[in-house]
Design a protein around this ligand. Structure first.
Ligand code: KG4
Ligand code: ZN
Length: 322
């Protein structure tokens, strides 16, 4: 395909995101309309409101993204859109818009899985792996480990049996009185805290399993908050947040390392909103010191965005997987 520019759309959850990329994955414009502020009063996403807001904003956002990228509409010759998994109403808006765009301009459409987007958010970057690697995706909806082999096939090795890492952070943060999504606020608060003060359980610690479970951690955190609610001062909360993200980072990275050992690779890709966490990004350095090569996108490309969908589409084209 004689590709020039790609329009990428991501609307699987609460972020309406649109990007324009060139064939090498260079991002010309990357826009996000976030609905987050709206949901703080509800403590989580309201699917009906999310889909209506996507519908309200998407046309304007696409127009703005194309204008900002200084290209002509006629130069776009591929549309990439997230088609699963996610909130069905929200996904539908992005997919229907993408279909209309593709039919109107008579250009092809590639449907991309959201997790595939997170896995390949860095595709085309100089330091993104070109060989087999283990992928760790930790977000609000997923905590999973994948093996991407040298034939570019992706195999799911393990995932959470209950809550995702980000989901646990959001739910615990809500009990602390933080706005949704609480992960970023926990991260901010943890900067001043002692990560070794509170002790949380790690599920499947001694097992050879590549699965996660964060519900025990959530219950332990809930009990601690309830027992100490009136006594927790600001330093206690900072210590609590630091200890919480310390254990989540340790859990995620221990399993990712185990997967690398099992699949005989030292190449690791990490993605998803929780990969924006400062503690996890710091702990990754311990892996690199052990000789691991770890690709972790810049913070803004860890959380949901459309350029990751565009890059996953470019990868599919490169590998002729469409
Ligand atoms: O990938 P993402 O934007 O959406 C999903 O696909 O779910 O991830 C959102 C999740 C939320 O749970 C949010 O609290 C968490 O990522 N998150 C963070 C940070 N930034 C976002 N968790 C910890 N530290 C952060 N800095
Ligand atoms: Zn995501």
């Amino acid at each position: 395909m004689n590709l020039k520019y790609i329009l990428a759309i991501e609307s699987s959850c609460d972020d309406c995101a649109v990007a324009i990329l060139d064939t090498r994955g260079k991002i010309l414009s990357d826009q996000i309309y976030s609905q987050i502020e709206l949901y703080s009063q509800f403590g989580g996403i309201v699917p009906e409101i999310a889909s209506r807001l996507h519908l309200e904003k998407i046309a304007f956002l696409i127009k703005k993204t194309i204008n900002d990228s200084n290209i002509k509409l006629s130069e776009i010759n591929l549309v990439a859109v997230t088609d699963q998994p996610g909130l069905i109403g929200s996904l539908l808006i992005g997919v229907q818009f993408a279909k209309g765009f593709s039919q109107g301009l008579q250009i092809p459409l590639i449907k991309i899985n959201h997790i595939e987007g997170h896995l390949f958010a860095g595709y085309g970057e100089l330091d993104f792996p070109t060989t087999a690697f283990i992928g760790l995706i930790a977000s609000g909806g997923h905590s999973s480990i994948y093996y991407c082999n040298s034939n570019d096939e992706i195999e799911l090795l393990g995932q959470t049996r209950d809550d995702a890492a980000g989901e646990a952070l959001d739910k615990i943060g809500r009990l602390l009185g933080f706005n949704y999504p609480a992960g970023i606020e926990i991260d901010r608060c943890a900067q001043f805290g002692n990560p070794y003060r509170f002790h949380f359980p790690i599920a499947f610690k001694s097992e050879d399993s590549l699965e996660f479970s964060f519900s025990g951690l959530k219950t332990a955190a809930k009990d601690m908050i309830e027992q100490n609610r009136t006594r927790f001062n600001n330093q206690d909360i900072a210590d609590f947040c630091a200890s919480l993200q310390f254990i989540i980072s340790k859990t995620l990275l221990t399993k990712a390392k185990l997967a690398c050992e099992k699949y005989n690779t030292k190449t690791l890709v990490i993605g998803g909103g929780v990969a924006a966490n400062s503690r996890l990004r710091l702990d990754v350095k311990q892996l690199t010191e052990m000789g691991f090569s770890v690709y972790i996108p810049p913070k803004l490309q860890c959380t949901d965005n459309a350029s990751m969908i565009g890059r996953a589409a470019i990868r599919r084209l490169d590998k002729s997987k469409i």
